[in-house]
Write a protein that binds this ligand. Sequence first.
Ligand code: 26Y
Length: 821
Amino acid sequence: MNSNYLNNANTKSALKTSMDYHLRCSLCKETPSKDCRDLFLATAFSLRDRMTERILETERIYQVAKAKRVYYLSMEFLIGRLLGDTLHNLGLFDLCREVLEETGIDIEEVRDQEKDAGLGNGGLGRLAACFLDSMATLNLAGFGYGIHYEYGLFKQEVDNGYQKEKPDNWLAEFSPWEIKRPDEKCIVPIYGRIEHFQDRAGEYNPMWLDWKVIMGIPFDIPVVGYGGKTVNWLRLYGAGSSTDFDIQIFNEGDYFRAVEQKVSSETITKMLYPLDTLKSGKELRLVQEYFLVACSLRDIVRRYLKEHDDFDDFPDSVAIQMNDTHPSLAVAELMRLLVDEYALPWDEAWEMTRKTLSYTNHTILSEALEKWPVNLLEQVIPRHLQIIYEINARFLKQVADLHPDNLDLVRRMSLIEEGENKMVRMSHLAMVGSHSINGVSALHTEILKKNNFADFHVLWPERFVNVTNGITQRRWLLKANPQLAQLISETIGDSWITDLGQLKRLESYAESEDFQDRFRRIKRTNKEVLGRIISRTAWVSVNPDSLFDVHVKRIHEYKRQLLKIFHIIYEYLQIVRGEKTPTVAKTYIFAGKAAPGYWVAKQMIKLIHNVGQVINSDKRLQDILRVVFLPDYRVSLAEKIIPAADLSEQISMAGTEASGTGNMKFMLNGALTVGTLDGANVEMLEEAGEENIFIFGLKAGEIEEMQRGNTYRPTEYYRSYPEIRMVIDAFRDNIFCPSEPGLFQWIYSRILHEEDPYFHLPDLLSYIRIQDKIEEEYQSQASWTKKAILNVARSGKFSSDRAISEYAGLIWKADAVKCGE
Ligand code: 26Y
């Protein structure tokens, strides 16, 4: 039922009226306004009105259709800004631009007022955000559950090359998108102890006593699908203190303790842990993970029970996807709810749990596989630990029955890692409690099956599936690169917006001179825009006609920013020593954040900065080489960088990057990729064709073999190859730190004499060779542009719409629901 007390029509005058209404009534400001911040809020509120209407309508349709609901549980949703995407998805972008233009305001300035919602670290969080967009666009009843962090990922400043972290108070001026729903709060018990009672029938009946309480308050952000019909939501929980509980202490006469308790409860969702691959091991992080799971499952079960009297239909009505192991306590919490609170027999509850839950793994790095100390769990969630032990006992019995004499196998597969400090292996918990386990690219899934999770794959081969990642073309092309989007739509129509495979039809324009010309001009404009950002934020002027060679992502040794630097140093030294005559001007662009405690990563930023200082100030290279580090890499900056790139660097050591998603965004925007055969690069090669991508370096299997045989000797590479010596010696000789000798000595020592776990030297020569080839190919602009167009044309596979359809079909068994009128 549509209300008609608001004129939510998609006309210019209706939009203008609602913006004026919000300027006056929500913001108490004079109209017309020229204040871009106020206009941003007024526009956002006007869109929110339109979306909340549709949320109610969508919900009604889901109920009538008895739609299977999919819940995506994730500790991170790296949303970025929402205004532009929402306008596009509602089909109001042009209308809104015109409304603003009439008051003399450029929509870009209004959009620039929005703070990024940086509620994620990188790939995993951004993937979750793309998935929400695709689920709504595909008319799936798919919803996100996450945490309402008060502080998102830190803001990065760079001071003399050193990263400084600043708090990201993204809610300082509040977000116009979220709807706080205190009436739907939930209460979560935590801490306390277990008393071992028996029930009347003499059955063991443990009681969780003396727990404290945290309150979970939901904040909903509408997620509108393309076309504006389906509007789902992302529900973020913020922690508050329970007033009841405070009163209890208060009544004991301890007012200060009551207030302290209140403050400490609210701390739980204060900030996002800024770690992606390193373990934190912090109690507060465990509490956050539990808090997310406890709130979301209560909410999911509550919604289910509104329409059902028992749990018989639960697995057919609900699918819950765990985004990595971070929400894997869901296995124990769902069991606790079903067994303790709804009195289901264990076996029945277990079947429900397993049929409902599924698990995506996003990393093979052993240091990122979560484990929590048993004694910490015992303290924080004693009942869940008991349940985990029970799950483990039953599971290990099953393993032992199948392999009676294989104690080693039982030890390896156990949910508990034995030792002085016993640990719970969260990935084992997630796998045992799920009906589906997936990796995020074909190579990654194969590695999981063969190495990390081999025992589990042997036991349950049917549970393992691959779903290669994807990205939403609505944000990463339609919005981020409007000119290219328009050129494409003019050429082949606009069906690619919801069916990215349509881009294939661009293939026949790859050699058209006219199309190439327009394509190149768009790239050139995007490079000018980025050039202005570079000069404003990195204080370096760059030439938009140079080749923009881009390495942007979290700073991590496995992603090998250092390999890129090695090549830059090599090229620089060659030129200044007269051993190379440059034929192409190049701008090397880096951006990315380092985890605050990750010393090597922070040094990498300093190194990039120093190499930049030396090269950028060398008169001999004035128009030839530039090296820039753009501070504060975030979604909105990525949207500017990616459309301006000529070359995309995806050079992780083979076998380490689970998939990558930046790689796909670059491809979609017409950059050529230089990459190793890692993650989804393998599939990009298959799609693009080998003449349209620059692949180099050792393969995952070759690296594994060298690791296994321990045959890699960095010093041998150093002795055998003058190119390598030249680069490595530059660190010994302080070429990039003349005023601070010794600063980068550690790189020399680490690579040569300590360890080079990410195989920089074995890949350096082939990297240098492929870069030479790239330089040569860039000189022929016609053939380069043809390759770039073919990359765009063949990027259809990498849409998150495709990924989500696969999840829906293979894992969730959920169908689209028609939400149109
Ligand atoms: C346990 C905690 C410290 C932790 C927190 C965040 C561990 C890992 C992460 C995040 C991991 C992540 O972002 N992984 C990336 O996921 C992308 C989406 O699947 C992949 O494309 C990318 O290769 C992978 O590194």
